[in-house]
Design a protein around this ligand. Sequence first.
Ligand code: ADP
Ligand code: MG
Length: 161
Amino acid sequence: KEILSFVLPDEASTELLGKRLAEAVLKHSKEITDRGLNIRLQGTLGAGKTTLTRALLRALGFTGRVRSPTFTLVETYSVQGLAINHFDFYRFESPEEFEEAGFRDLFGAGRMTLCEWPDKAEPFLPPADLLILIDLKGDGREAKLCPENEWGGIVAKEVEE
Ligand code: ADP
Ligand code: MG
């Protein structure tokens, strides 16, 4: 599977990547309605996982406040006919909390999920279609889009174009 790299020298370029992801989502909203879209965001604290998600939601037309789900664990949005669930599992003490909270019900057809700190919810977290790795690079960042299946590859390709 092809990995796509994006150099993000400043916050504006992270936001542009979020906007392009939103455009890919809009182009494929029918597929999301049919099968959902699961994205995992990996990278250290302050890498830009929440910044990217916020830009995606803004570009999809969400005008309200986009808060980090650090304390709430999940923030839920309804926009463009899609249910979007933004998770942050950083504060999980054990992965069983994923099951106990009933988060599994927030995955599936018609739903898009963005998960920060996915490793903290393993092995209960449903599989990702697309992995986005964000690394620090000097004062900026580098993002790698890693498709986990054919569907994730279609979305990643669309972001690239
Ligand atoms: P995370 O959710 O990964 O912990 P946040 O999105 O909350 O990270 O915070 C990222 C921080 O890094 C913000 O202060 C943001 O302004 C900054 N930032 C985001 N993207 C870039 C970038 N490409 N280059 C430099 N700084 C960035
Ligand atoms: Mg965050």
